[in-house]
Ligand binder design. Sequence first.
Ligand SMILES: Nc1ncnc2c1ncn2[C@@H]1O[C@H](COP(=O)(O)OP(=O)(O)OP(=O)(O)O)[C@@H](O)[C@H]1O
Length: 252
Amino acid sequence: MATHSGGLTEAEGAAAVRIRNVVRSFGQRTVLDGLDLTIAPGEFVALLGRSGSGKSTLLRALAGLDHDVAGSGDLTSPEHVSVVFQDARLLPWKRLLDNVVLGLDGPLAEERGRAALDEVGLAGREQAWPVELSGGEQQRVSLARSLVREPQLLLADEPFGALDALTRIRMHTLLKRLCERHRPAVLLVTHDVDEAIVLADRVVVLDRGRIAADIPVVLPAPRRHGSTEYASLRDRLLVQLGVDLVEEDSAA
Ligand SMILES: Nc1ncnc2c1ncn2[C@@H]1O[C@H](COP(=O)(O)OP(=O)(O)OP(=O)(O)O)[C@@H](O)[C@H]1O
């Protein structure tokens, strides 16, 4: 997308993402069907949707990884966008610090890389190899590698999907802290309704190629599962995702 697909241009400061009437088809199947989305600078948006609804397709389009997307609007230019995937995608033949600073120029690159590893709790591990790390630690490195570039837009495609529940909670706290400090706009693709509620300023739900719900999260911090407001937002999102709550209750 962006300048690659014709209609979309790079953003000029007003929004991190402002896309209109975005269409992406694979053969006869239209996955994104006239989709509109705006993300303000520094805003954290979680993207939910059923499996196959097109979440990753949208993220790839925003990352400039898909050149066959039609639409109009503004995007953050690719050099200011970082992408985090479910697998950390570290280069196994490079030590952690080298992974983090890969592609960074300038005399301060190493210092910034060390600071980024420190921020994600991996100070002292600069010379370790990726294979020596747990999945959660690898994802920490992946976050450090993204944030060391001070992106204006962070795109994250189920970054914690492969982690155990406890590690995932720790990563939520870490990501929240990092985002408060660096203030990128974020689009987080997730299957996890709780992850969306805990982290996001807004939750959007993708259905039939469009944004079917766009809900601000106005819960006070810390966002705890126990509160009535939390439970009611959770139910609302589950219904949007097609979960039959009555059926679920009677099965429980
Ligand atoms: N390169 C491709 N070629 C053909 N079809 C594709 C391609 N990429 C995605 N699709 C189709 O587009 C639809 C949306 O896929 P996408 O991966 O964006 O969904 P998703 O919402 O991210 O799903 P999940 O939650 O299961 O990861 C799917 O039906 C998928 O098969």
